[in-house]
Ligand binder design. Structure first.
Ligand SMILES: NC(=O)c1ccc[n+]([C@@H]2O[C@H](COP(=O)([O-])OP(=O)(O)OC[C@H]3O[C@@H](n4cnc5c(N)ncnc54)[C@H](O)[C@@H]3O)[C@@H](O)[C@H]2O)c1
Ligand SMILES: N[C@@H](CCO)C(=O)O
Ligand code: NA
Length: 442
């Protein structure tokens, strides 16, 4: 079918668009709608007409017709001539209320708001289904990188086993800088701020909340279940040290903040979901190890497709707006041809496995007293908790010795208990670092 030629009788020739928010992403969305108007019209079969842009400050010059600006997003969303609402404000309220209103009024919605979706996809998807309209959110996970649509549509006939990746650009920039230049965490964070990656308050990025929200969205889609941010185990990168990166390198590894969503089988033989975010050692030979700077990558493993990798810009105004506009074109075509995108799919309703039961591997760095038999005592503590050791490295010092232990896979709870026991041993002066290890099958 040639795009734009099979117009349904009575189909709209123009579609009204409301953009909520004109920040990094919103400004680029407005630019693309304006600059690419002719191509978009041909691809959709109707013109996209900007009805209004909701902003906070009406007085600020923004390079668009002032008459389009409004500081009343609720009124804009309710306008009869608005067919598609693009929400790029961020935060939970007012976006939650604005999106719900838009959907209830029969408007399709495109959003980049992972924080909102990780909490409220259920109610928003229900509102979309009831009104027979679309709710699209490709930009919410890994920015420009197509990952939501491949999981929801391209892999709809397969069984996804695992989705694991680097989905936060700020933390990947920081960890890459630490690995490449030996910078410490604070220096790398400051550099991320100077380059505009880290926000004034970088907490959501560095403490893993942003990555956890994305993991919740990915796990929900991949495993046809409803997973929220609260179901995702989360640790950030603020305690990763330059020393960790240096000793990871000695094991031919690097450290990445990973979002991991996988099917795991419990002791009762039933499948569960594990969704978790933490900094982990991965071998330098792993495909995610080469993802550096503010880039993102997601590796999907499915039963029949095998391993797929998606790579690109996970943040930034224009890349994120690209994903938003892909969704806008889909929603617009559906309006023209009376179609509808995929509905939320939660039929599997898999429960979430608590982190303590999830099999993981640990890297533990500790300072120990330099005395004969200490190594044996420490190894005994691991054995007592049923944890088997894969590698040990001892780094000498004047009166203290740094000992690094990498374990085989064991339930995370047993590993955590081992670390607590080590912290209380007389022979261990300090446990200086505990990280997990991923990307190996031991
Ligand atoms: N920037 C990125 O790289 C990126 C990537 C993926 C997803 N996102 C998501 O896209 C959304 C927007 O991000 P951004 O980087 O453009 O943020 P931003 O802070 O640059 O822009 C948000 C804009 O919305 C405006 N705004 C907020 N509340 C408003 C209100 N009630 N009425 C009118 N205007 C209001 C703000 O003044 C600001 O200009 C967020 O949900 C974010 O998580 C951003
Ligand atoms: N703060 C996010 C933006 C993209 O969601 C990041 O650094 O990846
Ligand atoms: Na994306």
């Amino acid at each position: 079918m040639t795009e734009g030629t099979a117009q349904r009788t009575g189909a709209p020739t123009e579609l009204g668009v409301a953009v909520l928010g004109m920040g990094n992403v919103g400004a680029e969305v407005v630019r693309i709608i304006t600059e690419n108007a002719e191509d978009l019209r041909a691809r959709i079969g109707a013109s996209l007409v900007l009805r209004g842009v909701a902003v906070r400050d009406l007085e600020r010059g923004r390079g668009i017709d002032r008459a389009l600006l409004t500081d009343d997003p609720a009124a804009l969303v309710r306008r009869d001539d608005v067919d598609i609402v693009i929400e790029v404000l961020g935060g939970i309220e007012p976006p939650r209320e604005l999106i719900r209103t838009a959907l209830q009024q029969g408007k399709s919605v495109v959003t980049a708001n992972k924080a909102l979706l990780a909490e409220y996809t259920g109610e928003l998807a229900t509102a979309a289904a009831e009104a027979n309209v679309d709710l699209y959110f490709e930009a919410a996970v890994a920015g420009a990188i197509p990952v939501v649509r491949p999981l929801m549509q391209s892999l709809a006939g397969d069984k996804v086993q695992r989705v694991a990746g680097i989905v936060n650009g700020t933390t990947n920039f920081i960890l890459s800088a630490m690995a490449e230049t030996g910078a410490d965490y604070d220096e790398a964070l400051a550099e991320a701020g100077r380059l505009g990656y880290a926000e004034a308050d970088p907490t959501a990025d560095v403490e893993g909340y942003d990555a956890a929200a994305k993991a919740a969205i990915l796990a929900s889609i991949a495993f046809h279940s409803r997973v929220t941010a609260a179901d995702v185990y989360r640790e950030g990168i603020s305690s990763v040290t330059a020393e960790d990166l240096a000793s990871a390198a000695k094991f031919d590894c690097t450290v990445k903040l990973l979002s991991i969503c996988e099917r795991v089988v419990g002791d009762d033989g039933r499948e569960r979901i594990s969704a978790r975010v933490y900094p982990a050692l991965i071998p330098l030979s792993h495909p995610l190890a080469t993802v550096s700077g503010a880039y993102n990558a997601v590796v999907v493993e499915a039963v029949d497709a095998g391993r797929l990798m998606f790579y690109g810009q996970g943040a930034g105004g224009a890349p994120t707006a690209s994903a938003v506009m892909g969704d806008v074109v889909m929603a617009a075509r559906n309006k023209v041809y009376s179609g509808r995108g995929p509905l939320e799919s939660t039929y599997a309703s898999l429960p979430v496995m608590p982190i303590a039961q999830v099999p993981t591997r640990y890297y533990v760095a500790m300072n120990v007293v330099d005395r004969p038999g200490v190594l044996e005592t420490i190894a005994g503590e691991f054995a007592k908790h049923g944890v088997s050791i894969a590698a040990v490295r001892q780094e000498g010092g004047a009166d203290a010795t740094r000992l690094i232990v990498i374990t085989h896979r064991a339930p995370d709870g047993a590993l955590a208990e081992t670390v607590s026991a080590l912290e209380n041993m007389e022979a261990v002066t300090a446990v200086s670092s505990v990280l997990r290890m991923e990307g190996t099958h031991e």
